[in-house]
Structures are given as structure tokens and as C-alpha cells.
Design a protein around this ligand. Structure first.
Ligand code: NDP
Length: 495
């Protein structure tokens, strides 16, 4: 491997390898070949990154810079990402195998978060309290938390990082980023732009390596104030338990088993496209995957046939090719997990309507592909309908009426997203009220925006990312009391 394919971390504004001297290979899921290396960091590296972020927070100049100055830096970073969006997207596709069309769309959209939160940075206001006690003047301040550890997964590394980075920085925090060991390269490439934008040293630091090796050192470090995590629910729960020891703030975004609900009164062709985009886009490796397709009984056969036909025609191939519609999955363990769920679904009696294994095409042999797969006659108590697979497997579940649809939709430990397809406006509002999930899409699916709060109910997580709510997740409130009276009141009673 040539030196050019090695990426380095940045700690305290300085590029560095790991103190262990070891490297982790990054493999292209389409070719199955290693294409880059990132430092394989240990606990010492994790500690150094946290200490650098803490110094930058305590000493400045970040914490002493005006909020307007911080906002300008965020907007500059947004401009640089816009300039290099295609380059960053190509790195992401090589790292995680998702379509270049998808990753470049994401990378071109990411600057909007930096512009939005850059604009919000100097609109974080406290207030003067209409105090009930004469001679006391009180006001509130909104202050940053301190060092934030951002832990990101492999499915959309830069987008999911941005959802943490932009509001955390706008609020005045400093950051340590731990990207997924499978897809660290785009985060390290982003650090070149952070440097070019002129962020002071120590404000944004990175540490690459295995979660099980350096994760606890980061998330339980006494100098860390908050953990912002996207990933699986088991890891999220472990991080939450660790964070509790130090009473740290958390934002957890943990995936789901989202219902995508088609009523007989829907525009059927649109609903079929919605079902496809809900599960086969990104090879189903998305937390918002509409993996449970709930279909009203009277149109069940028609919709099942149309969804199967649509999915059968999907073109699998090189994710860099603009004509490819379904790429490989990101990791070998993930492919094994998906294939295992196909076996579980069959054992539990689900009827395989499409796919169910790996494609036979020799052109795809080197890549980590699985076939777009559809199971019919799924009942909501089967594991395939209850557990997050994170792959291109759709379960179609019939329902009778509105009440029945709500019962099935909410019968899950998760509550991240949902879709409703109907032409009945009353029904659209009723469903939006009664589905217990952080996002409800009506007659569309898989839409996100920098201004739209995103996050889960139940086991799908804690807190919200994007939108104005997101900045509150990175702030704490201070109340200041000024005594305007002469002398001090009776010291033995509460004033
Ligand atoms: P994880 O939740 O284990 O990984 C997500 C991130 O957490 C990675 O950066 C990982 O690092 C890190 N991590 C792992 N263990 C720890 C720890 N103890 N402390 C701190 N950080 C840690 O996801 P997996 O890659 O194992 O995927 C498993 C399942 O999770 C998937 O099949 C899917 O169901 C779900 N998932 C959900 C996502 C979502 O968007 N909500 C995204 C990705 C996965 P490292 O990679 O080095 O282990």
C-alpha cells in the first residue's frame, strides 16, 4: 500500500498517526480490496484527543471567540465542503459501498447544516426574568456543555457527523470524533477542510480505531460532558450506561423497525415507489428504513406484486456507476447478519417473494452483495418484523382497517420513523397523531432537512438532531442573580 492512501488523525491541530504504530485497513465493499489505511488508535490516543478538546474549551480562543465569529467559521467550512463534495462522496462510496449518487447528494446537502447552525450561533439568547423579588435582578445565559464526543456509524458517515458537529460547534462546544472503524476516511479528509477554514487548534479532534477498544475511554472520560451517538441500540445502551456513571449528557440515535403503511385509498403507483425507496435505497442500511410494509388487505395482492416487480428490475452493480440502483452492503459481518435473517424468516414461515440470498452474477462476485429480498405473509410477531436487520429485506404485513394499522405500527420497541400513504386528509392527520414515532411522512418517504428535528421515540433513541431543537441538546442554562439592595438579608432564611 502506498503512503498516499494513508489518512491521519488530527489532534490539537496537528496531524498524527497512532501511538500504537498500528494501522487499520479500509476495504472497498464493491471490490473486496483494501484501498486505504487509518491509524489504529489506543486508549492513550483517545485520552490525548479529549485533553486537547478540553484545553481548547477551557483556554480559548474558541470559548472566548464571539458567537458571530464561530458562525462565520461554520459557514466557511460549509463553503469548503460544497467545493469538495464530489471528492468526499467518492471517498465515502469507496469506504461504505453506498451509491455515489446517494453519497454525492448527501455531501452536496451537508453545507446547509453548517449554514443553518452557523446562522443560529449568534441567536442563542438568554433572558431577563420578570423577578417577583424586589431588589434582585436575574437573567439567564445559555452556555455550551464542554467537550462533546461524537460517535458515528458506517452508513452515512459525514451526514450523521454533521448533524452532531454543526449544532455542537455553533453552541460553543469542542469535539472529539470517533468514526466507525469501517468508514473513517471521509471524516479524516474533512479535517483538511477544518484546517483550511481556520478553526483554532483543539476545537475538532479525531481518533480512529475500534469502538470496543477506545469507546469507553472516550465516553467515560471525566473531561467529557456529552456523547452524541448514532448506531445500534445495543451499543447505544452500553454507552448510556457508561455515561450514567459520570452523569453525562447524551443524544442517542439508534435505528428502528419503521412501518410504511399503504391504505387502499392511496395513489398505488406512488405508494409502491415509496415502499421501494423505504427499503432498497441504500441497500436498506439506513436507520429510517421502512422495513415493515403494512398493506390494507383489499390491495395486498396488487401492491405485493407491484413491489416485487419493481424490486426485481433493480440494477445491482458498481456503486460508482450512475446506472446502479443497489450497491453492496458495507461490511462482511453485516452481510452475514442479513443472510442469517433471511434464514430466520424462512424458518418462521414467512413466504419469500423475491431474492433471499446472494446474487449469482459473476460481475458482482468480489463485492458484498445481497439480493433485494421481499417476504410476504409476515406476521408482526416474527423476528423479521421485530428486529432491525439493516439490509434490503422487506416484510409485507396485511392489515384490515385504520385501527388495526395503528395497532401493528405501534407494536414495536422502536419509534424512529413511519410512512402513511392515503388520499384521505382526515386519515393522514389521525395517523400522524397516533403513530408513536419521531417522524411521520405522509405520501412520501425518506426526506430529511437541516431544519427538521429528527430522532426517536422508545428504543430508537434520546434527543433530537437538526432543526432549532438540536442546539438545545448542546447547551445548558445558567441563572445569574444580582443583588440590588443595600446589605444582605437574614442569612438564616431562604431569600
Ligand atoms: P455499532 O452501534 O456497534 O457502531 C456504531 C459506532 O459505535 C461505531 O463508530 C463503533 O465503532 C462505535 N462503538 C462500538 N462499540 C462502542 C463502545 N463500546 N463505545 C463507544 N463506541 C462504540 O454498529 P455496528 O457497526 O456494530 O452495527 C450493528 C447494528 O447496528 C447494525 O446491524 C444496525 O442494525 C445498527 N446500526 C444502526 C445505525 C443507525 O443509523 N441507527 C447505523 C449503524 C448500525 P466500531 O465501528 O469501531 O466498532
Amino acid at each position: 500500500m502506498s503512503e498516499q492512501t494513508r489518512f491521519q488523525n488530527v489532534v490539537n491541530g496537528t496531524k498524527c498517526d497512532s501511538t500504537t504504530g498500528r494501522w487499520l485497513a479500509s476495504t472497498n465493499p464493491f471490490t473486496g480490496k483494501t484501498w486505504a489505511e487509518v491509524p489504529h488508535c489506543g486508549v492513550e490516543d483517545a485520552n490525548a484527543a479529549v485533553e486537547a478538546a478540553h484545553r481548547a474549551f477551557i483556554r480559548g480562543p474558541w470559548s472566548t471567540m464571539s458567537a458571530t465569529g464561530r458562525g462565520k467559521l461554520l459557514r466557511r467550512l460549509g463553503d469548503l465542503i460544497a467545493r469538495d463534495a464530489e471528492k468526499l462522496a467518492a471517498i465515502e462510496t469507496r469506504d461504505n459501498g453506498k451509491l455515489f449518487a446517494e453519497m454525492s447528494g448527501q455531501c452536496r446537502y451537508i453545507p446547509e447544516w453548517f449554514y443553518y447552525f452557523g446562522g443560529l450561533a449568534d441567536k442563542i439568547e438568554g433572558g431577563v426574568l420578570p423577578m417577583d423579588k424586589p431588589d434582585l435582578f436575574s437573567y439567564t445565559k445559555r452556555e455550551p456543555l464542554g467537550v462533546v464526543v461524537a460517535i458515528t456509524p458506517w452508513n452515512s458517515p459525514l451526514l450523521l457527523l454533521t448533524w452532531k458537529l454543526a449544532p455542537a460547534l455553533a453552541a460553543g462546544n469542542t469535539i472529539v470524533i470517533k468514526p466507525s472503524e469501517y468508514t473513517s476516511c471521509s471524516t479524516l479528509a474533512l479535517m483538511e477542510l477544518v484546517n483550511e477554514a481556520g478553526f483554532p487548534e483543539g476545537v475538532i479532534n479525531t481518533v480512529t480505531g475500534f469502538g470496543h477498544e477506545i469507546g469507553p475511554a472516550l465516553t467515560e472520560h471525566p473531561m467529557v460532558a456529552k456523547i452524541a451517538f448514532t448506531g445500534g441500540d445495543a451499543t447505544g445502551a452500553a454507552i448510556y450506561a457508561g455515561a450514567a456513571k459520570g452523569l453525562k449528557h447524551v443524544t442517542l440515535e439508534l435505528g428502528g423497525k419503521s412501518p410504511n403503511i399503504i391504505f387502499a385509498d392511496a395513489n398505488i403507483d406512488d405508494a409502491v415507489k415509496g415502499a421501494i425507496s423505504g427499503i432498497f435505497a441504500a441497500s436498506g442500511q439506513t436507520c429510517i428504513a421502512g422495513s415493515r410494509l403494512l398493506v390494507q388487505r383489499s390491495v395486498y395482492d396488487e401492491i405485493s406484486a407491484k413491489v416485487v416487480n419493481f424490486a426485481r428490475a433493480a440494477r445491482l452493480g458498481d456503486p460508482m456507476d450512475a446506472n446502479t440502483q443497489v450497491g453492496p452492503v458495507t461490511t462482511l459481518p453485516q452481510r452475514d447478519k442479513i443472510l442469517n435473517y433471511m434464514a430466520i424468516a424462512r424458518e418462521e414461515g414467512a413466504r419469500c417473494l423475491l431474492g433471499g440470498g446472494t446474487p449469482q452474477d459473476p460481475a458482482l462476485e468480489a463485492g458484498w452483495f445481497v439480493q433485494p429480498t421481499i417476504f410476504g405473509d409476515v406476521s408482526n410477531d416474527m423476528r423479521i418484523a421485530r428486529e432491525e436487520v439493516f439490509g434490503p429485506i422487506l416484510s409485507i404485513i396485511p392489515f384490515e382497517d385504520e385501527e388495526h394499522a395503528i395497532e401493528i405500527a405501534n407494536d414495536t420497541i422502536y419509534g424512529l420513523a413511519s410512512g402513511v400513504w392515503t388520499s384521505n386528509i382526515r386519515r393522514a392527520f389521525t395517523m400522524a397523531d397516533r403513530i408513536r414515532a419521531g417522524t411521520v411522512w405522509v405520501n412520501t418517504y425518506r426526506a430529511v432537512s437541516f431544519m427538521a428535528p429528527f430522532g426517536g421515540y422508545k428504543m430508537s433513541g434520546i434527543g433530537r438532531e437538526s432543526g432549532q431543537y438540536a442546539i438545545d441538546e448542546y447547551l445548558q442554562t445558567k441563572c445569574v442573580w444580582i443583588n440590588l439592595a443595600e446589605g444582605v438579608a437574614n442569612p438564616f432564611v431562604l431569600r
